[in-house]
Ligand binder design. Structure first.
Ligand SMILES: NC(=O)c1ccc[n+]([C@@H]2O[C@H](COP(=O)([O-])OP(=O)(O)OC[C@H]3O[C@@H](n4cnc5c(N)ncnc54)[C@H](OP(=O)(O)O)[C@@H]3O)[C@@H](O)[C@H]2O)c1
Length: 325
């Protein structure tokens, strides 16, 4: 007879998960173990998983959402882990962990901070460390810097040695707060998109790397504006596509690729192997645990999952579900 646990369960791709009893998953194979989940973040990727719109979605239902989290192993050790089963995720009292996709956490670390920060932080950390040959002293533009991942990218750019980090985004208050996170220059993307792109081009035409969370029209306009205002177009400009909150597609003019030393590449699940991500986790965890990377985490009992799911009031903050409260 299977044992039940409480979990957030999605039974329809167009409605919020409900907190209900569900069969406890069972580990199989030598690398799997059942953990008590202590904290799991509600990242945009989790929402796309639960709505079936992520590129890895299988449409299989019911599903427990949640792609990562902090758990306690049977021996008491705390670990950060990335879920490997797309239908039995981390928004539950218990989850199966593949030990090859987990790393131990240092003593005394706050599980909520780790669960909030790892997904948004790894987007730029892994991009700068695994997808490009980033050199200290280079200049970085974070396009879409006001979200959780953008705020992290500003801090990580500086932490990894950028000589200048430019943060561009819409929300005025969060944009202003980027200076305290290390941004050297901030650029507002509010108002007419073409005018905003011209402003951006004036401020950011000399960067080496763009970390792009927006894509869509803002990226399209920004590329043209930055390249046409660039002093020496033979100097490499690498555009790393990471998020697409402003649109799934962007038209890249063929002339942009011919008339400049311009490369567009992406960073995410698939373009970097899982082992590459896991290898970066310990250093990233240390930067979060010792306070070098700031995150705005909001802990919420997992029992409130349905209520919180469609609440728009957490912009710029990261909700973390805690199954134990
Ligand atoms: N590839 C990866 O490894 C990876 C990892 C983590 C995240 N991501 C992706 O990165 C993106 C951001 O993630 P996140 O965790 O930062 O999400 P988030 O905290 O929800 O932030 C999203 C931000 O996007 C901004 N935004 C939305 N539409 C915009 C538009 N049209 N123009 C300008 N800004 C806009 C909003 O800022 P304002 O309030 O200022 O409008 C919002 O704060 C998502 O697409 C996510 O899936 C990718």
């Amino acid at each position: 007879m299977s044992i039940s646990m409480y979990a957030a369960v999605v039974r329809s791709l167009d409605s919020a998960p409900k907190y209900e009893l569900f069969d406890t998953p069972e580990p199989s194979g030598t690398n799997e173990v059942l953990v008590d989940v202590l904290a799991a973040g509600l990242h945009p990727r989790v929402r796309s998983q639960a709505s079936g719109s992520h590129y890895t979605s299988t449409g299989e239902l019911p599903l427990i959402p949640g792609i990562d989290g902090v758990g306690r192993l049977p021996n008491g050790q705390l670990v950060y882990f990335v879920a490997f089963d797309t239908s039995l995720g981390t928004f539950a009292k218990k989850a199966v962990v593949d030990l090859r996709r987990s790393v131990p956490l240092p003593e005394g670390v706050d599980p909520v901070l780790i669960a909030a920060a790892m997904n948004p932080a790894m987007s730029s950390w892994v991009a700068l460390r695994r997808r490009v040959d980033f050199q200290p002293g280079q200049k970085v533009l974070v396009l879409g810097a006001t979200g959780n991942a953008g705020q992290m990218a500003v801090q990580i750019g500086k932490l990894l040695g950028a000589s200048q980090v430019i943060g561009a985004g819409r929300d005025r208050d969060r944009l202003n707060s980027l200076s305290s996170l290390g941004a050297d220059v901030i650029v507002s993307l509010s108002g007419d998109p073409e005018v905003a792109a011209k402003r951006l081009g004036e401020a950011a035409s000399e960067v080496d790397i763009v970390i792009d969370y927006l894509w869509g029209k803002p990226a399209e306009f920004a590329m043209i504006s930055m390249l046409t205002q660039r002093r020496d177009r033979s100097r490499a400009l690498t555009w790393i596509q990471i998020g697409s909150v402003a649109g799934a597609t962007a038209a890249v003019p063929s002339a942009a690729l011919r008339s400049a030393n311009f490369q567009v590449l992406g960073c995410g699940q698939g373009s970097v192997p899982t082992a590459g991500y896991v290898a970066e986790f310990p250093a990233l965890i240390h930067a979060i645990a010792d306070g070098r990377l700031k995150v705005n985490a909001v802990p919420v009992p997992l029992s409130k999952v349905e209520e919180v799911w469609n609440t728009p009031s957490y912009s710029g903050q990261r909700v973390v579900f805690v199954p134990t409260i």
